[in-house]
Design a protein around this ligand. Structure first.
Ligand code: F6P
Length: 567
């Protein structure tokens, strides 16, 4: 079946939009070679690779200052890596990376650059589609830092003359997930007396539950929306505005709101003072925007110095991604291993398990980054993809996940590659707790890899004195197949710089995979249809007399049932 698939790939991959010197059949050939290699390697166990090569851990890792990526617990040998490198070269990773960093319009359906790296660039100036961006970025960042410092010091106060204590970011998707994840991750670096909150869902419960208990006279709302038209954000922003006007008076709106957007005219219409409006640009994609002014809530919360460290972490990884050879390049290796499992082994999901409670929102953040970027079915030229794209990304903080879905990871019928993420030292927590946490993390990757054979289980049960019939009955249930792959990312501690590194690593991994699949990682047309249909449905939902004829039976039936209930 797999060999047939390889043949199929070689046959169908005809149209070429890659550069002429390296046509698609090179990619197809590299995939076919991997398919054939899978058959060979499927007889080997990961644990045996370690047994036969004491240097495996030393050879299957990449270290950066304060960071180590261990990819030794994979179903991969030197031969596998050789084939994966051939795939990377066939897909012209280096040329496409150069185009990304050169600010070319890599987002070809919107004719935009994807230059989030310019937001954390401390090297030579960068340009988006030939337009220099460094001075724009620096000017906006200086304005953001000035504002953040003034809020933190109390130089800027609320309408009643009180110092701000609560920052509420209103945004969704890329205008929420990144800053919300990072604020939680970096809470030990926050200024005493400041709290950060994030409202995203159009469900009124989100805003209501967030503002309950907040002193509005000490609350600053930041409306974060690249387009300033997103339904959820606008609804929440209007409700927050009404709340402030009702509680503190209309005049207070000027003092209690700030905004981040590319649409400065729409922000002005909302009534936000120009000096509190922070710009971003169309060459910053929403899910890549936490480095921009979209990070305002974070910058206020942790302070400009820590925010700057976070940017430096991203820059560290940009340099690594640009300069490290492909076989020692963490995003390249992460991307290739992902494709190895997704396309050659057919695994449909990838778990990300941070053994770090403060990274609890990291899997949710990655879901948007990865699946909104690479959940595509057509290639850059609009032709159908020839390889399956984005796996389902999911996860939860360890050790909590161990008591929920790890049963499935260890003994389920689907194999799910795992990224374990863990700090060597706690940022601010009890040292013994951290030792427990760390040991749990290593134990899980070890258990996934080693497994436990049925004969080992039988021996153990016999040694416990169980009768033979009981041993035979229980042994299959207590057997672990093992040989299940994982990577481990370990960093010194969860500092702003290390968080910046972590985020940028995944950003570039997503880009690498988009190149391997030849898709555009920077558009998101798939979210549009639902938005359009919602706009069409809203009048049917709000007007209980509107006719439902001509609608889909299920949708009309559900609206009708709700109407009946309300009447
Ligand atoms: O979900 C679609 C999307 O456009 C995301 O790409 C984006 O991050 C989010 O909505 C929010 O968009 P905006 O910042 O324009 O409100």
């Amino acid at each position: 079946m797999k060999l047939f698939f390889a043949f199929f790939l070689v046959k169908v991959v005809e149209p070429s939009i890659r550069d002429p010197g390296m046509p698609d059949h090179s990619v197809a050939a590299a995939i076919a070679a991997l398919e054939a290699h899978r058959v060979d390697i499927s007889h080997h166990r990961i644990a045996d690779f370690f047994a036969s090569d004491p240097t495996r851990f030393a050879r299957y890792q990449v270290q950066l200052p304060g960071f180590l990526f261990d990819y030794s617990k994979h179903r991969a040998s030197d031969v596998t890596l050789g084939h994966l490198m051939s795939l990377a070269r066939a897909a012209q990773i280096e040329d496409r990376r150069a185009a990304l960093f050169a600010g070319e319009a890599v987002n070809n359906t919107e004719d935009r650059a994807a230059l989030h790296m310019a937001l954390r660039n401390f090297g030579p100036a960068m340009s988006a589609k030939g337009e220099p961006v460094a001075s724009l970025v620096q000017r906006e960042r200086a304005k953001l830092y000035d504002f953040a410092r003034a809020i933190r010091s109390g130089a800027i106060k609320g309408a009643t003359g009180e110092r701000f204590a609560h920052i509420v970011n209103i945004g969704i998707g890329g205008s929420d997930l990144g800053p919300a994840m990072a604020a939680r991750a970096l809470s030990p670096f926050a200024q005493d007396g400041l709290s950060a909150h994030f409202v995203s869902n159009v469900d009124g419960a989100d805003l209501a539950d967030t503002v309950r208990g907040l002193d509005l006279s000490r609350t600053l709302f930041i409306i974060s929306s690249k387009t300033f038209t997103t339904q959820e954000t606008m609804a929440n922003a209007q409700s927050a505005r009404a709340l402030v006007a009702r509680t503190l008076g209309e005049e207070a709106v000027r003092d209690h709101f700030a905004a981040v957007s590319t649409k400065l005219d729409l922000v002005a219409q909302f009534g936000i003072a120009p000096e509190r409006v922070f710009a971003m640009w169309d060459w910053v994609g929403g899910r890549y925007s936490m480095w921009s002014s979209i990070g305002l809530a974070l910058a206020i919360f942790i302070g400009p110095d820590h925010f700057e460290e976070f940017l430096h972490g991203g820059f560290d990884i940009d340099r690594h991604f640009e300069e490290a050879p492909l076989d020692a390049n963490i995003p390249v290796l992460m991307g290739l291993l992902g494709v190895w499992y997704r396309n050659i082994w057919g695994y449909g999901s990838q778990a990300v398990i941070p053994y770090d409670q403060r990274l609890a929102r990291f899997p949710a953040y990655l879901q948007q980054l990865d699946m909104e970027s690479n959940g595509k079915s057509v290639r850059r030229d609009g032709s159908p993809v020839t390889l399956a794209t984005a796996p389902v990304i999911w996860g939860e903080a360890g050790t909590n996940g161990q008591h929920a879905f790890f049963q499935m990871l260890h003994q389920g019928t689907d194999i799910v590659p795992v990224d374990f993420i863990v700090a060597a030292e706690p940022t601010s927590a009890d040292a013994h707790h951290h030792e427990l946490l760390f040991a749990n993390c290593l134990a899980q990757s070890e258990a996934l890899m080693q497994g436990r054979t049925q004969s080992d289980v039988e021996q153990m049960l016999c040694a416990q004195g169980l009768p033979a019939a009981e041993v035979a009955r229980l042994a299959p249930h207590k057997t672990f197949p093992g040989n299940r792959p994982s990577s481990t990312l370990i960093y010194t501690s969860l500092t702003p710089r290390n968080l910046g590194r972590l985020v940028a690593l995944y950003e570039h991994k997503v880009f690498v995979q988009s190149v391997l699949w030849d898709i555009n990682a920077f558009d998101q047309w798939g979210v549009e249809l639902g938005k359009e249909l919602c706009n069409g449905l809203l009048p049917k939902v709000t007007d209980s007399h509107s006719v439902l004829d001509g609608m889909n039976g299920s949708t009309a039936g559900l609206i009708g049932w709700r109407r009946a209930l309300k009447s």
